[in-house]
Design a protein. Structure first.
Length: 223
């Protein structure tokens, strides 16, 4: 007998009615005071309402009162909810980057990153969003030849140098290479989710590749 295939779980967006994988949406629950809060880790108790994981969709859900319809009750969805979700996703990715750093999977500095690329070692790159373009272009050119990281979606430029410095506990962080490890893989999933949320592009097949036992997203549960 062949094993019976189980259908991947799906959720329906309360705003657009689109059906898709949970990884392409944000779950929301109602706090005891009647306020809608994001459940980034998808573990808070109670009934959940799902919204497409883009900033535009969450903002529109607040405007169109989709949460009250979804919960079938009068609930309070803060006008800042879309920004709150963005902050949580951002914090989640940076916390995972910090964990990767603690495991020794992070290399910083132009010359060290260049050397690691020449050796074909990195699983991905992170560039400060406010960094100079000349150094970045040189490293990206080398990355394309050595590792083809762009096609893997593992080149991130969502964080400022100040955010990277604070996360890694180092000064003048502009160029970062991440070595292969579990925390690195989850960081890029978190960063991709943040990018999709901010710019409206989701890649459900990428999230399907990784179903960890622990929470995929390392950030706090709610604001």
């Amino acid at each position: 007998m062949t094993a019976r295939r189980t259908k991947p779980p799906e959720r329906t967006c309360a705003l657009t009615r689109r059906t898709g994988a949970p990884e392409t949406m944000i779950r929301f629950v109602v706090a005891p005071d009647g306020t809608v809060v994001p459940d980034i880790k998808r573990r808070l108790p109670g009934r959940g309402v799902w919204i497409d994981a883009t900033r535009e969709s969450v903002a529109m859900a607040v405007k169109k009162r989709a949460f009250s319809r979804g919960f079938k009750a009068q609930v309070e969805a803060p006008e800042t909810l879309a920004d709150d979700v963005a902050a949580l996703l951002r914090r989640s990715a940076l916390e995972r980057l910090s964990i990767a750093h603690k495991t020794g999977a992070v290399v910083t500095g132009f010359e060290k990153v260049k050397a690691s690329l020449a050796a074909g070692e990195p699983a991905g790159l992170v560039f400060a969003s406010d960094g100079a373009m000349d150094g970045r272009q040189k490293l990206e050119s080398l990355a394309k030849k050595a590792c083809d990281l762009h096609n893997k979606g593992n080149v991130i430029d969502l964080f400022s140098s100040a955010e990277l410095e604070s996360t890694l506990g180092r000064d003048r962080v502009v160029h970062v290479a991440l070595m292969p490890c579990r925390s690195t893989k989850i960081f890029f999933l978190d960063a991709e989710r943040l990018r999709a949320y901010m710019f409206g592009v989701t890649h459900p097949e990428k999230h399907r590749e990784h179903q960890p036992d622990e929470h995929t997203f390392a950030g706090p549960l709610a604001v």
